[in-house]
Structure formats: C-alpha cells, structure tokens
Design a protein around this ligand. Structure first.
Ligand SMILES: [Zn+2]
Length: 89
C-alpha cells in the first residue's frame, strides 16, 4: 500500500478555488497544512504538503508521525494554498 492511497482531492485541476482536506473521501475545506518529507525519496529540504480539515488534522498528523515523515503543521490562511508551495501529485 502506498502512502498516496490516503491522499485525494489535491489535484489542482479539480480543486477549484477552495483548498480541500487531503483525507480520502473528505470534502471539507482545509484549514491546516501538514508539511512532510520522505527521506527515502525526497531531498531533505523538500516539503510535500497535505491539507487537512479540523476533523482530520490529528489523523493525518499521526499517520505521518508514525512513519517518521511529519515535519510541521501550519494554519492554512484564508483557505487558499500559497502558489509557491508544492501539492501532492
Ligand atoms: Zn477532512
């Protein structure tokens, strides 16, 4: 099972303007960004981003922390994803 199986709805082509929670099947507006890095496949300075609603922030954070991937959780301002940040793909 891939870690990416748990992420959905972050395709920029499908997202529209509102940032959606990355939890699979969740359609809530995201209010948190979870920054993570997989040292096995990513450069150390690279950050992948999952978006989370209030209900799933803890779930996603725990998922990443369990695997040693979690780096930081920061508030998602104004419900928009900063354009310079990379989304899951
Ligand atoms: Zn959610």
């Amino acid at each position: 099972m891939s870690i990416f199986d748990f992420a959905a709805g972050t395709d920029p082509a499908m997202g529209g303007s509102a940032a959606m929670c990355s939890r699979k099947a969740c359609r809530s507006e995201a209010s948190w960004q979870l920054l993570w890095n997989n040292p096995k496949i990513h450069a150390p300075e690279r950050r992948k981003i999952w978006l989370a609603c209030g209900d799933h922030r803890d779930w996603l954070e725990d998922y990443l922390q369990t695997r040693g991937l979690w780096k930081e959780t920061v508030p998602l301002e104004d419900g928009r994803v900063p354009g310079a940040l990379e989304q899951d793909s």
